[in-house]
Design a protein around this ligand. Structure first.
Ligand code: MSP
Length: 648
């Protein structure tokens, strides 16, 4: 397959400031583009702004400005916002640009000429919020759930696009192409919509009422309906139909959207493309909704709005990018908040990753003059090497399957494995014996080599910090293809003497929580103070959620168990946690026979300091319940739960 990739974000309405919902989709699109680019693809990212329509016209009137002045101002805010989050888009399309207007008018004219557009009078329910005629069926308590106001009854003479005629064809196409709409649940939703009539689409508005839009080429008393205009941005930005960019990228396009604009992208857009004689997009990927950390829709009055730009200024863009990609399974709704970001940042970026870089750097500086020696690998190194070189393959298939959170988790499993390797090999002890200097060099070389792979795999998520890791370790930049071989880091690599702390720890209690509030909000005193109050009133023995979050619990599959010789109480368990395996020694021999436990899904504390028990290094602790009568029962997860899954 040709290595070309084109990804788009929705173009954002300019009647509101950039917010977390916009940021989420854009970060994912940017992540994908960077991933494919380092995987050797010619990858192209498009974003932009949707600038026509009634809503924008009304917003401009309310502010007493011309629509053009308003769209110029807010569109620039989006351009600036993406800089704050380190979004590396190749183009920024605005629907008021001549290059776009020209394409919309051409496509309209063609559909009109072939008879796919006709003139008719229509009366129906119209949602101003969504800018479309709606059906009774869509109403909940007299209005659309996403709208503030109930719909209006409107009677209009408009132009209509013969959308219904394409329904059987579209149904068949979606059925024959299971990947066309992802994740699966949204594909099913669309097939559900297509089971009933979709009607024809009103694609014009009378100019007298909506003066802000693209004129219908054969009837200048009408302007183009905003969705018929907006969707075409994905092609107009590439210079459809003649530009080389269009020829090159269009066949590979992935659209990233939020679930609220599924119907327009999965029903309107493919039928429009078909009518225009254009090839369909390759894939529509649908994301869920971000909710406040109380699990409710974000709203200023609830004080649960997360402002990604304020968070990026406070913690850096990479922390925000990492958090949003890592926290939620793509496609599902999920709750997010500043506390969650800080917990992940501290546990994963600062503890697991940042500490390892600085520990390796410290020993290399102290004992090896900051120079990486020639390693001499032994059997003890093999596990780390095997997992390290196989990692990019696993991460790649997870990303292709839109499992961004598990892909990052997979990388961090390896980071934790590197930490265990470091702890087991005890390079600080090796350094004490001059005869073991060679071994010390090998261990440190391997840690650096592992971190090189990690930095490449994390680069699409945390571009600045990934680069910083390599700079701190004296490394060049590498492509993904260079992560499947161990030993690419040149022997003799010199590390810089000075480096700043990669991920300084964040103390949430000392934080002012400012970023929880929308930037334009007046800080809401009550919500602003809440976290501190909760801590102040904590009774003796109570712990904060941050304390609890320090304990990492995971589901593990028991793959082998044996008795520990000369220890009646102890069993040695081999556990599988996703791609990783570890050994845990547990005092449960009085209650369980080894063969009774194999195959169970148990719960393990994974970030416990390793301990040596009867000569065996135990890497964690399994959880069990014990009653007053001395009965003991292992805490088990459902057998279908994936090993490695987090327990919260
Ligand atoms: N202009 C149209 C898109 C036209 S594309 C040809 C539009 N713009 S929008 O600015 O209202 O929204 C853009 C995207 O932001 C939507 O995909 C929407 O799902 C997403 N989000 C808005 N709030 C959101 C959350 N709270 N969470 C996640 N995404 C949400 O629609």
């Amino acid at each position: 397959m040709e290595k070309t990739f084109y990804v788009t974000t929705p173009i954002y309405y300019v009647n509101a400031e950039p917010h977390i919902g916009h940021a989420y989709t854009t970060i994912i699109a940017d992540f994908l583009t960077r991933w494919y680019r380092q995987d050797g693809y010619d990858a192209y990212l498009l974003t932009g702004t949707d600038e026509h329509g009634e809503k924008i016209y009304q917003a401009a009137q309310a502010e007493g400005q011309t629509p053009q002045a308003l769209v110029d101002k807010i569109s620039q805010r989006f351009v600036d916002a993406w800089k704050v989050l380190d979004i590396n888009n190749d183009d920024f399309i605005r629907t008021t640009q001549p290059r776009h207007i020209k394409v919309v008018q051409e496509v309209l004219q063609r559909a009109y000429d072939t008879g796919d557009i006709y003139h008719a009078e229509y009366e129906g329910l119209y949602s101003v919020g969504q800018e479309r005629f709606i059906t009774e069926k869509e109403l909940v308590d007299g209005k659309l759930p996403e709208d503030r106001d109930p719909p209006e009854i409107r009677r209009e003479a408009n132009y209509f696009f013969r959308m219904e005629k394409y329904r059987p064809w579209l149904t068949e196409y979606i059925e024959a192409n299971p990947d066309f709409i992802q994740p699966e649940r949204y594909r099913n939703e669309v097939l559900g919509i297509l089971r009933e009539s979709i009607g024809d689409l009103s694609i014009s508005r009378p100019r007298a009422r909506v003066p802000w839009g693209i004129p219908i080429p054969w009837d200048t008393e009408h302007v183009t309906y905003v969705w018929f205009d907006a969707l075409l941005n994905y092609a107009s930005a590439l210079g459809y139909p003649d530009n080389e960019k269009y020829q090159r990228y269009w066949p590979h396009v992935w659209h990233m959207i939020g679930k609220d604009i599924l119907k327009t992208h999965a029903v309107f857009w493919p039928t429009m493309l078909k009518a225009a004689g254009m090839p369909l997009y390759q894939r529509l990927n649908v994301g869920g909704y971000l909710l406040g950390d109380d699990g409710r829709k974000m709203s200023k009055s609830l004080g649960n709005v997360v402002n990604p730009f304020a968070l990026a200024e406070k913690y850096g863009p990479d922390a925000v990018r990492y958090f949003l990609l890592r926290e939620l399974p793509y496609g599902l709704d999920g709750a997010i908040g500043e506390r969650g970001l800080v917990a992940r940042y501290n546990a994963e970026l600062a503890n697991d990753l940042g500490n390892l870089v600085s520990r390796a750097r410290a020993l290399l500086g102290r004992h090896l003059n900051n120079i990486l020696p020639d390693p001499e690998q032994s059997v003890e190194d093999q596990l780390v090497i095997d997992v390290g070189v196989a990692l990019s393959g696993q991460v790649r298939s997870l990303i292709q399957g839109l499992k961004f959170n598990t892909a990052l988790e997979e990388v961090f499993q390896f980071v934790r494995q590197l930490n265990r390797y470091f702890n087991d090999q005890q390079p600080w002890s090796l350094a004490k014996d001059p005869a073991l200097k060679g071994r010390l060099g090998t261990v440190l070389y391997n840690v650096v080599e592992g971190l090189r792979i990690v930095s490449v795999l994390l680069e699409p998520a945390i571009p600045q910090k990934a680069k910083q890791i390599r700079v701190d370790l004296g490394l060049d930049d590498y492509k993904l293809a260079e992560t499947t071989t161990w030993g690419i880091t040149p022997v003799g690599t010199k590390l810089p003497v000075d480096a700043s702390i990669l991920f300084p720890k964040i103390d949430m209690e000392k934080n002012d929580n400012a970023a929880l509030q929308g930037k334009n909000n007046k800080p809401n005193k009550t919500t602003h103070k809440k976290p501190q109050v909760a801590v102040e009133v904590a009774q003796d023995g109570e712990i904060s959620i941050d304390d609890f979050n320090k304990i990492e619990l995971r589901v593990a599959e028991v793959i082998a168990v044996e008795k520990v010789p000369k220890a009646d109480k102890l069993l040695k368990l081999n556990l599988r946690l996703g791609a990783e395996e570890r050994v845990v020694v547990s005092g449960i021999a009085a209650w369980y026979k080894p063969e009774e436990i194999v195959g169970k899904k148990v719960v393990v504390v994974t970030n416990l300091k390793p301990a040596k028990l009867r000569g065996i290094v135990s890497e964690g602790m399994i959880l069990a319940a014990e009653d007053d009568a001395g009965n003991l029962s292992l805490v088990e997860a459902d057998i279908k739960m994936a090993s490695g899954a987090k327990v919260r």
